[in-house]
Design a protein around this ligand. Structure first.
Ligand SMILES: Cc1cc2nc3c(=O)[nH]c(=O)nc-3n(C[C@H](O)[C@H](O)[C@H](O)COP(=O)(O)OP(=O)(O)OC[C@H]3O[C@@H](n4cnc5c(N)ncnc54)[C@H](O)[C@@H]3O)c2cc1C
Length: 457
């Protein structure tokens, strides 16, 4: 006897999308969050998203249009600025247009939609432990402020949507095919503030700025995302490599002293740190009676750390597959498996190749980046194409021309060419994602040499 068809731990965008999808299909769903109800949605974020993510969600599960009061400002494109600040690449087009938004209002809207679709929402409730029978998930234990006693709830499926901590994923038994831990080198640490700038006007708030600087933020970047003429979200993220500096320290010593708006009067609206997984998705997002959605499944773009749109995809695909499994009265790993290829095809394949690219980027120096910007070896459309498709591409004539213009740095181009090949290799492996759990171990073995080669470039 179960209490719910599905219990979802974590009511962020991933969990709420899963709850919405399942409740709309008539299943009994409990959506739990440790935050107070009116605080769900508030988190450390750059608060920016491409509009295309909402179109995808609409197509997949019929999500309604976003209310306009959630939007802070429309975004027309992104400027990438070289470490020496002398060059700027402007990326514009349908995939970079979107908006900066109010994070809390967005989160509240998602939870409200899940609830209106029929999900039960329990806020101020902490998920503590998974429960098992014969090593298979049967439900979980929760605690609330008004009771000393933990309560056990049973469900046919439990979804871990607890965000970057992946707190339920980490409790799976050793025998589970799901990776329980994420390597430190696959985690981005970040700090960001949101300010009103009454004495400083952002002239082009429709363009977000990304500052590339391998010395300050190895493997990451500093962002300045205006949210209107007199409001800005500014932060930085870097990879958690051995000996890395604390993001807040870099923020204080570098960000605060570098940007003109920082030298004017600032009204701090929020100031906080956060983490995000920046790797390929967890290799299997399902086990018996168990699914991963959003950051807990590492469904994040490894290059820019954006994960809201991919958590929509994860939540929608997980919800659709869970619904089919419930209807078939079979929630085994085999029955839930199709969530894996569905997610991998829609976004995981791109994540995997960008994860390969991430290792290349980490080993590029500021001088090399400055050189590539100056000689126009890198163009805005290349960066855009790579970030959208996970592919590094040069046309033949163009490649030669750029090779000639970059003649002073042929090794860099050779490395670019090698990494482009490895990115294609990893995509090929993903195109052959196994159609059942039996093929997983062999499939994972094919990934190892590709990542090893990328790390060595
Ligand atoms: C600094 C920073 C900036 C970012 N900027 C952007 C950006 O501009 N655009 C973008 O697209 N993405 C951005 N991201 C990534 C994005 O925030 C995440 O990918 C996205 O929020 C993932 O959604 P989620 O639902 O998986 O997790 P979350 O939104 O983290 O939701 C998880 C929920 O689980 C709840 N929870 C956790 N543990 C428990 C527990 N034990 N019991 C009950 N509830 C629990 C939490 O309270 C939370 O509400 C950024 C991330 C960081 C760290």
């Amino acid at each position: 006897m179960v209490d719910y068809d599905v219990i979802i731990a974590g009511a962020g965008t991933g969990g709420a999308t899963t709850a919405y999808t399942l409740a709309k299909r008539g299943h009994s769903v409990l959506l739990i969050d440790r935050k107070e109800r009116h605080m769900i949605g508030l988190k450390t974020c750059g608060d920016a998203i491409g509009s295309h993510h909402f179109r995808e969600l609409q197509e997949l599960v019929g999500f309604p249009d976003m209310p306009s009061n959630i939007i802070e400002h429309d975004v027309a494109g992104i400027d990438i600025i070289s470490p020496d600040r002398e060059h700027r690449l402007r990326m514009t087009g349908p995939t970079t247009s979107g908006f900066s938004f109010n994070r809390l209002k967005m989160g509240q809207w998602f939870v409200r939609l899940a609830e209106e679709a029929g999900a039960e929402v329990r806020a101020s409730t902490r998920v503590k432990r998974l429960t098992f029978e014969n090593s298979k998930v049967t439900g979980l234990k929760i605690s609330t402020k008004d009771s000393d006693q933990d309560k056990e709830l049973k469900a046919k499926i439990v979804v871990d949507a607890t965000g970057a901590v992946g707190m339920l994923r980490r409790q799976l038994p050793e025998t589970s095919p799901v990776e329980r831990e994420i390597a430190k080198e696959d985690v981005m640490v970040a700090w960001r503030d949101v300010y009103e700038t009454p004495e400083y006007t952002f002239d082009t708030p429709e363009f977000l700025e990304i500052y590339w600087d391998q010395e300050q933020t190895p493997g990451g970047y500093i962002w300045v995302f205006p949210q209107g003429s007199n409001r800005v979200n500014v932060g930085l993220g870097l990879m958690t490599l051995p000996g890395h500096r604390r993001p807040q320290e870099i923020y204080d010593s570098f960000v605060r002293t570098t940007y003109d708006f920082m030298k004017t009067k600032l009204v701090t609206l929020d100031s906080s740190g956060g983490i995000a997984p920046v790797r390929r998705p967890i290799d299997t997002l399902v086990d018996d009676n168990f699914m991963l959605v959003g950051d807990s499944g590492a469904q994040v773009n490894p290059i820019h750390g954006g994960g809201i749109g991919s958590s929509f995809l994860g939540g929608a695909h997980a919800g659709i597959v869970a619904s089919e499994a419930l209807e078939a009265n079979d929630t085994s790993i085999e029955s839930l498996w199709s969530y894996n290829p569905r997610y991998m095809e829609s976004y995981g394949i791109k994540q995997a190749s960008l994860d390969v690219f991430r290792w290349f980027l980490l080993n590029v120096t500021n001088d090399e980046i400055n050189f590539a910007f100056k000689k126009q070896i890198v163009k805005a459309e290349d960066l855009l194409d790579t970030s959208m498709t996970g592919r590094v591409k040069f046309g033949t004539g163009e490649k030669l021309r750029r090779l000639r213009s970059g003649i002073g740095n042929v090794p860099l181009l050779l490395r670019v060419s090698k990494i482009a090949g490895l990115m294609e290799d990893v995509k090929e492996v993903y195109r052959n994602y196994p159609d059942s759990p039996k093929g997983l171990a062999d499939w994972k073995r094919r990934l190892v040499p590709i990542y090893d080669a990328a790390k060595g470039l």
